[in-house]
Design a protein around this ligand. Structure first.
Ligand code: ZN
Length: 105
């Protein structure tokens, strides 16, 4: 499996954006992600998205810092503006774990 470092940075940025959109109920697409990574990409988006928001049915809050309540759009903007680096880290470690398993099993 030869993924250049630059490709991974690109994939990480696409999956991070998708995870934020997924978490805040906005539509997302993984069509820009290489097809060999789309399936695992979808799983990573789901797992990361679950860690981003608290939705008690009435209000939306940021799970990372607890701030809120937000509208969906407001929460999307908040997470992008304040937590993008953390989300890159979450996605990158999930993706690296997947690629490591591919290579070693
Ligand atoms: Zn926050």
């Amino acid at each position: 499996m030869g993924y250049a470092r630059l490709d991974l940075v690109y994939v990480v940025s696409k999956l991070a954006e998708a995870a934020i959109r997924r978490a805040t109920g906005l539509s997302y697409s993984l069509s820009d992600v290489p097809s060999s990574l789309q399936e695992v990409g979808k799983e990573i988006v789901e797992r990361v998205a679950e860690q981003l928001i608290i939705d008690d049915g009435e209000t939306l809050r940021c799970r990372i810092c607890g701030r809120g309540p937000f509208t969906r759009k407001g929460l999307y903007l908040h997470i992008r503006r304040v937590h993008l680096d953390s989300i890159y880290d979450m996605v990158r470690s999930e993706l690296e774990a997947y690629l490591w398993r591919l290579k070693n099993t």
